[in-house]
Design a protein around this ligand. Structure first.
Ligand code: FAD
Length: 388
């Protein structure tokens, strides 16, 4: 069967649904083509099932891209407050957890239900279980699926990144971009745990489950949040944040005692300079198991001021080179993607291919942890939805 619409959106996730809603509200006839059996699967598993749907402190600095200015326009025209207004219109209860991160009180299902309801109100047609076999452009775009053919003058690509293929992620958006001659920046896992090399792993990974408040840094970026030791390496928000900036074979740095000094206790000449005093100071800053392990591995060679200074320095600048990351199957996002130089920052339309739009995670704009990736999906989706 052949269907004609004003716009086709490939991918029924966060960006695709927002784009369809905005376009539908403008009176455009819009179809969303989704290859799985339901919309927004990633929304449902996000934020531990509560969906961290935005961040009230959202700034362009919270995003990585080869062009750090690209996201500014879309982010300014669809703000966290715009999404919050939608959430409030649907009477969805939410709360701020930490650092401006907004979560549903109840469930991420509320956000998906809200988007589905907005789609219905905007008369968006949804096609699920739709395997796309071919996309061509003659006078308009022609999308062929197993049973149908779809025609439209505008095509939005919102098929997301490569993270978590078992819930529907594919390389479709990148492949399609390449086929239309659109440049791609190599996709790589972002917000992903690190795997440590054999030596570090043997020293620390039996402490799996132990966490600490740290400052992790990499490539000039630093994040003060929790770090978690895993059975293969390191995770936790601070580590996930720096992973997006990590390039293979580069070291990362971890301050295990931010703004604390553990050897200052020895400034008092009456304090005996012993391992047990140092251990009890370290245990005030780190969990007992991590403190004891750190001391085992970094016991000062002597008790001179210089040796203690060295101990303090190491504690604030633990430098380690991860062997790898846990890869796309554990990554919360895919960094890299459609080169922003190919797109209009205002509309997300491809300069080379009029009528073709790329939105959401498939674009080379990646948010920090904390609701920023959804904010980019909403903002870029809205930008295209107001234009196509
Ligand atoms: C476990 C997890 C938790 C997360 N939690 C948060 C969070 O709390 N806050 C936050 O801001 N971000 C979070 N993220 C990131 C966030 O989910 C994504 O950045 C966001 O969903 C990207 O939106 P998108 O619409 O671009 O892509 P997606 O939401 O991935 O949607 C892409 C859609 O396209 C479909 N698709 C793919 N290939 C095809 C094809 N060939 N044909 C048709 N359809 C196709 C997919 O099935 C999917 O429905 C989380 C990610 C993960 C993996």
């Amino acid at each position: 069967m052949t269907h004609s619409f004003d716009a086709l959106i490939l991918g029924g996730g966060a960006a695709g649904l927002m784009c369809a809603i905005e376009a539908g509200k403008r009176g455009r006839s819009v179809a969303v083509l989704e290859h799985t059996d339901r919309l927004g699967k990633k929304i449902l598993i996000s934020g531990g099932g509560r969906c961290n749907f935005t961040n009230v402190h959202c700034q362009p600095e919270n995003f990585l891209s080869a062009n750090p200015h690209f996201a500014k326009s879309a982010l300014a025209r669809f703000t966290p407050q715009d999404f919050i207004s939608l959430v409030e219109k649907h009477r969805i209860a939410y709360h701020e957890k930490t650092l401006g991160q907004l979560f549903c009180d109840r469930s991420a299902r509320d956000i998906l239900a809200m988007l589905e309801e907005e789609c219905r109100a905007a008369k968006v047609t949804i096609f699920l279980n739709t395997q796309i076999l071919e996309v061509r452009r003659i006078d308009e775009f022609i999308v062929r699926s197993t049973n149908d053919e779809f025609h439209a003058p505008a095509l939005g690509v919102a098929t997301g990144g490569l993270s978590i293929s078992k819930i529907g992620a594919t390389s479709f958006g990148y492949d399609l971009a390449r086929r239309f001659g659109v440049k791609i920046r190599e996709p790589r896992p972002g917000l992903v745990p690190f795997v440590l090399g054999d030596s570090d792993r043997s020293h620390y990974c039996d402490l799996s489950g132990v966490s600490a408040e740290v400052v992790a840094s990499c490539d000039g970026q630093q994040f003060r949040e929790k770090m978690l030791v895993t059975h293969r390496g390191l995770s936790g928000p601070a580590i996930l944040q720096v992973s997006s900036y990590w390039n293979k074979s580069r070291p990362i740095r971890v301050d295990l005692a931010p703004k604390r000094g553990v050897t200052t206790v020895f400034d008092d000449p009456k304090t005996p300079r012993t391992a047990s005093v140092l251990k009890s100071e370290l245990r005030k800053v780190l969990s007992n198991r991590l403190a004891d392990r750190w001391l085992d591995l970094h016991l000062p060679k002597s008790w001179t001021n210089a040796a203690l200074e060295q101990f303090e320095k190491q504690l604030h600048s633990w430098t380690l080179t991860p062997a790898s990351t846990e890869g796309f199957e554990k990554a919360e996002v895919t960094a890299g993607g459609v080169d922003t130089g190919e797109l209009s920052a205002k509309t997300m339309e491809c300069r080379k291919v009029p009528g073709l739009y790329f939105i959401g995670e498939v674009v080379d704009v990646t948010g920090h942890l904390g609701g920023f990736n959804f904010q980019w999906a909403w903002a870029s989706g809205a930008a295209a939805g107001r234009a196509l």
